[in-house]
Design a protein around this ligand. Structure first.
Ligand code: GLN
Length: 396
């Protein structure tokens, strides 16, 4: 029997994250590939989740999310960004940020619409375009060494401007940026905002790493820039704020007209997200400022540790300003092969899994990533130490 795949998915392979996690498991490698913490989130949230299950909160939630969670998301947006949102019309709870992104695409884009985005990009963005028939217009971020040797990921403003045209419907931003760890500066965001307004396009801003920002960097919400609130949907995630990636509770927030697009699609994708987890995330969002400060401080320590380890192993490291990923250039090691070869060899021969950066660039720009691998540092100290011990072998 021959049942060919639908055209919309026939070009897709297995995601690079699943592929590298599988390879890591097969070879007993320390998995610094797929970004998921190997530790749990806050106890009060876990308690709230089990209490909710035991208290019988086990039936469908309202499709837009429980009122308690939507109100907590509104309080969070007010506390951290001074943003005023109507939980009734401007907040939609989804099954993870990835669903929020797809629902926004399905609800707001037509086939042939163009989407401006940077590359490297999070791996679902281009398949999401393919699934709705939208056309990605990719603008490369390039690694650039500053005078002190530090690496910055920069785009060419003219290249960005040239990506916009009359068919552009959406500008997709991700800050803090996976995989580069770049936190877009306010000046860069102003440029993006200005283009969105000049071409009258929507913005979809994936800000799931909003609280993972390190000393010296500052996260600016695209929606907070002048003229952007009315055209921007912002996507957030409890997976990233509370280290519960398996809970799959995310959200999209923004003006009623744009939220309506998300809601119309979301009701027919999952209808609603897990009820008892929504109450738990609501409780977690209300944790005091110390929780959020400790989260960033803890990850700063992990970042400093892993960047030190990679540097000591002989790689040229791009120190992330945000996220829990670190990009490293392995060309100083003299490895004979590209990033895919390197990551396979690193996993199978050295015992540490990483993600080949080219998986996050489209074909034309893959050469930019030929020598780059992404390492995740959302791991317990002992996991990072085990990786460090193995990575020392690169020196020899
Ligand atoms: N966001 C995580 C990463 O970038 C993993 C996502 C996934 O596996 N889909 O590694």
């Amino acid at each position: 029997m021959n049942f060919p795949l639908a055209h919309r998915v026939s070009g897709f392979g297995l995601t690079i994250f699943s592929e590298m996690s599988r390879l890591a498991a097969e070879h007993g490698a320390v998995n610094l590939g797929q970004g998921f913490p190997d530790f749990d989130g806050p106890e009060p949230a876990k308690d709230a989740a089990s209490a909710a299950i035991r208290a019988g909160q086990n039936q469908y939630a309202p499709t837009t999310g429980t009122p308690a969670l939507r109100q907590a998301i509104a309080r969070h947006a007010r506390r951290f960004y001074g943003q005023d949102l109507d939980p009734e019309a401007e907040i939609t709870v989804t099954s993870g940020a990835t669903e929020a992104m797809l629902a926004a695409f399905l609800g707001l884009l037509n086939p042939g619409d163009e989407v401006v985005m940077f590359e490297p990009y999070f791996d679902s963005y281009v398949p999401h375009c393919a699934m709705v028939g939208a056309i990605p217009r990719l603008v490369p971020l390039r690694p650039q060494a500053k005078a002190d040797g530090a690496i910055e990921w920069v785009f060419d403003p003219d290249e960005l401007a040239a990506a916009f045209n009359a068919r552009t419907r959406l500008c997709l931003l991700n800050t803090p940026h996976n995989p580069t760890g770049k936190v877009f500066s306010e000046a860069e965001l102003r440029l993006i905002a200005e283009l969105c307004q000049r071409w009258d396009v929507l913005a979809l801003s994936d800000e799931v790493y909003e609280h993972l920002v390190y000393p010296g960097a500052r996260h600016t919400r695209l929606a907070a820039l002048p003229g952007m609130a009315e055209r921007t949907l912002t996507v957030g995630s409890s997976g990233k704020i509370f280290n519960f990636t398996g809970w799959k509770i995310g959200w999209a927030i923004g003006p009623a007209a744009l939220s309506l697009g998300v809601r119309r699609a979301h009701q027919y994708i999952t209808f609603c997200s897990a009820t008892p987890l929504q109450g738990a995330v609501a409780a977690a969002l209300d944790l005091d400022d110390e929780y959020y400060q400790a989260l960033a401080a803890d990850y700063t320590g992990k970042r400093d540790y892993l960047t030190g380890v990679l540097r000591a192993a002989g790689l040229r490291v791009s120190v992330p300003q945000g996220t829990y990923f670190c990009m490293a250039d392995f060309s100083p090691l003299g490895f004979d092969g590209d990033d895919v070869d390197f990551c396979r060899w690193l996993t199978t021969a050295i015992g540490v899994a990483a993600i080949p950066a080219s998986a996050m660039y489209a074909e034309a720009a893959k050469p930019l990533a030929r020598h780059w691998a992404r390492f995740a540092f959302c791991k317990r100290p002992e996991t990072l130490a085990a990786a460090a011990e193995r990575l020392q072998r690169l020196r020899r």
